[in-house]
Design a protein around this ligand. Structure first.
Ligand code: MG
Length: 258
């Protein structure tokens, strides 16, 4: 097949565009590191959102990419306990034993990056500890599979393998995505799948890999606020995400933790 048909719809980035994403991704990673010490009992998700927004805007050329996107009111999506993704920051205060996912997008010099971390609040129970550890490990496995000549299904299969071996459930109703020229580009990156299935991965492709992992059922529902996605059974969910570039030398994490 001609290369054009193999890569159509993948919106490949030049080396220069990937460097711009890496600079934006470093600001994003610094934002995660900056907000982390504020994650403690008593803080509200609205306060965390303000900390995120102010820190991003303190960097020339950077802005919070989620703010106003599809009408989202916050700068970060902040999701507590049974909330899977897209929690709206507000008056909810965190308690010891909670977990909170902070999902941040940065637009920097016209290029987008996206990354999420689930934090423990104080001391968390053993099952929740394992949930966080497994979810982060599944992201690492997905990234490791993101190499040229592998397919989208290899990423999903790697993530699914880690999660299901640990006895947790992978959310199927939400997926990772292409990212770079826009926050959400056409290609979808499911967190489940079969090796060698789906689009072929090629250098210059930039994607957000983001496993969402539930303690109980994989099923979710959306609250009446039309944003917040929660687990159907009310049990906990964790979410880790990086923006990566596929390169000849393997996956390059553009939002490395600081
Ligand atoms: Mg994302």
């Amino acid at each position: 097949m001609p290369i054009g048909s193999l890569t159509s719809g993948l919106q490949l980035k030049s080396a220069r565009e990937i460097e711009t994403m890496a600079r934006g991704g470093a600001i994003l990673a610094a934002t995660h590191a900056h907000v982390k010490p504020f994650v403690r009992a008593g803080v509200t998700t609205g306060e965390l959102d303000t900390i995120v927004e102010d820190f991003i805007r303190s960097h020339a050329g950077a802005e919070p990419a989620f703010k106003g996107l599809y009408g989202f009111p916050g700068s970060a999506c902040i999701s507590v306990n049974e909330e899977v993704v897209h929690g709206i920051p507000g008056p909810r205060a965190l308690h010891d034993g909670d977990i909170v996912t902070i999902d941040i997008g940065v637009k920097f010099e016209g290029m987008f990056t996206d990354a999420a971390i689930t934090h423990p609040v104080g001391e968390i129970d053993e099952v929740t500890k394992r949930l966080l550890e497994v979810t982060e490990r599944s992201l690492a496995a997905g990234i490791e599979a993101a190499v040229p000549d592998n397919h989208v299904g290899d990423i999903g299969a790697a993530i699914q393998g880690v999660v299901e071996t640990a006895g947790f459930a992978i959310v199927r109703e939400l997926v990772g995505h292409g990212v770079g020229f826009a926050l959400h580009e056409e290609i979808q990156i499911p967190n489940y799948g079969k090796p060698k299935r789906g689009k072929k991965l090629v250098p210059g492709l930039t994607i957000a890999i983001e496993p969402m992992v539930n303690v109980g059922t994989a099923k979710t529902r959306t609250l009446a606020d039309k944003w917040t996605v929660v687990t159907l059974d009310g049990k906990r969910s964790a979410h880790f995400e990086h923006t990566i570039a596929i390169t000849e030398d393997g996956p390059r994490i553009l939002t490395p933790r600081q």
